[in-house]
Design a binder for this molecule. Structure first.
Ligand SMILES: NC(=O)c1ccc[n+]([C@@H]2O[C@H](COP(=O)([O-])OP(=O)(O)OC[C@H]3O[C@@H](n4cnc5c(N)ncnc54)[C@H](O)[C@@H]3O)[C@@H](O)[C@H]2O)c1
Length: 361
């Protein structure tokens, strides 16, 4: 079996998740690892039996690899991606693709010019439960979507020291390129585009309440209207000190509510509510489990990055276009930038022409 020679750049928190994912993929071999902190690179190399070569400068590993997985601070995505593209290496890039539209377009065009695969590491659309949810919606069995709500509630960044402005972690600086919506919400804007199609209009509000360590919003609410009439809602916080929903998708359809619950990795159908009556509620809270994933040994319950890595490796080896290609990833970022601009100007964002298949430059 042909194995893709993959290098890892940026051996931090997210790469640790990718390491458990990559171990579940057959046709890939980790041949080199890099981190500016050599002890991080060594620790990751040990996880592959000490076989990968260890580097502190990613430029030095270029001859070892066919492809590269990049999990660096956001402001380094572009320069690192361009370096490997210019050396004809395929790229699996952590989200967000890059911090500006200009950088995204340059990187996309460099890869296209050289027939290289550029894929954004959005794990969610490859999760078996989310793939199943999309199949259920596409089957038409549940009718039209009324509203798709994506919830993510977590505590992120609160334990990072932020009182020394000269020594701040990149997450708490402009290196992040935006706030919670840009950094994390991009996953869910991408998912809504996949499920709901072309967006027409939308608005974002963000707040730093409860997340004073963030330079921009730590909590984000987005509402968007789509061409098909559906409403998309994104409610997310990095300031949750408690949560009931955790990570959760709720899709109200004509036939009932479909929920994808990340922690249990299951899809539920809630239906059977009668007409709302003035005397009291008449909603049914009981549900049927339509699908449940059984984790295989070594699988990371929430991140499950083996599915996206497998897709990337297949796309390279079989010369296929990745589902979350650089171009596709740019769509969600364009929408986020339009939402941020509108928020600053106190207006609704005009999102027409920013959806799938509509990259114009
Ligand atoms: N897909 C997801 O669900 C998800 C979740 C968390 C983070 N991420 C993404 O992963 C990326 C990294 O985030 P993280 O939380 O792992 O950050 P991190 O700070 O934990 O890790 C970054 C690593 O990069 C190293 N590094 C910094 N500059 C370098 C350089 N010039 N050369 C080599 N190594 C360098 C650091 O030493 C560190 O080990 C970001 O793009 C982030 O958005 C994705």
């Amino acid at each position: 079996m042909k194995k893709l020679k993959l290098g890892l750049v940026g051996c931090g928190k997210m790469m640790a998740t990718h390491v458990s994912g990559v171990k579940l993929v057959d046709n890939v071999e980790i041949v080199a690892v890099c981190d500016i902190l050599i002890e991080n690179a060594k620790e990751f190399a040990e996880q592959f039996g000490g076989n990968p070569k260890i580097y502190t400068n990613y430029r030095d590993m270029v001859d070892d690899v066919d492809a590269i997985m990049i999990a660096l601070p956001h402001d380094l995505h572009f320069e690192c991606g361009m370096f490997f593209a210019q050396h004809n290496k395929h790229i699996l890039m952590e989200k967000p693709l890059a911090n500006t539209e200009e950088e995204c377009i340059k990187l996309i065009e460099e890869c296209e010019k050289r027939n290289l695969k550029l894929m954004c590491a959005y794990p969610v659309p490859y999760k078996p439960g989310v793939v199943k949810l999309k199949e259920l919606i596409d089957s038409g069995e549940y009718g039209e979507i009324i509203q798709f709500s994506a919830w993510t509630e977590q505590l992120t960044g609160s334990n990072i020291t932020f009182d020394d402005p000269l020594n701040r972690h990149w997450l708490l600086t402009n290196r992040l390129g935006g706030g919670q919506l840009f950094s994390h919400g991009c996953h869910y804007i991408d998912i809504m585009l996949w499920f709901l199609g072309e967006p027409v209009t939308g608005a974002h509000v963000g707040t730093r309440n409860g997340t004073p360590w963030m330079l921009r919003e730590g909590t984000s609410a987005v509402v968007m209207k789509f061409e098909n009439g559906a409403i998309g809602y994104h409610g997310a916080t990095w300031g949750a000190r408690g949560t009931r929903l955790g990570y959760d998708f709720q899709i109200q359809t004509e036939k009932g509510l479909l929920e994808y619950e990340f922690d249990n990795d299951e899809i539920r159908l809630y239906n059977g509510s009668g007409e709302h009556v003035p005397q009291g509620h008449n909603e049914s809270h009981s549900y049927t489990v339509l699908w449940k994933h059984s984790l295989v040994s070594g699988e990371h319950a929430n991140k499950q990055t083996q599915h996206e890595i497998k897709h990337f490796v297949e796309c390279v080896l079989e010369d296929k276009e990745p589902m979350t290609s650089g171009r596709m990833a740019l769509q969600s970022l364009r929408i986020i930038w339009a939402l941020y601009n509108a928020e600053q100007n106190n207006t609704m964002a005009d999102l027409r022409g920013l959806g799938f298949g509509a990259v114009k430059h």
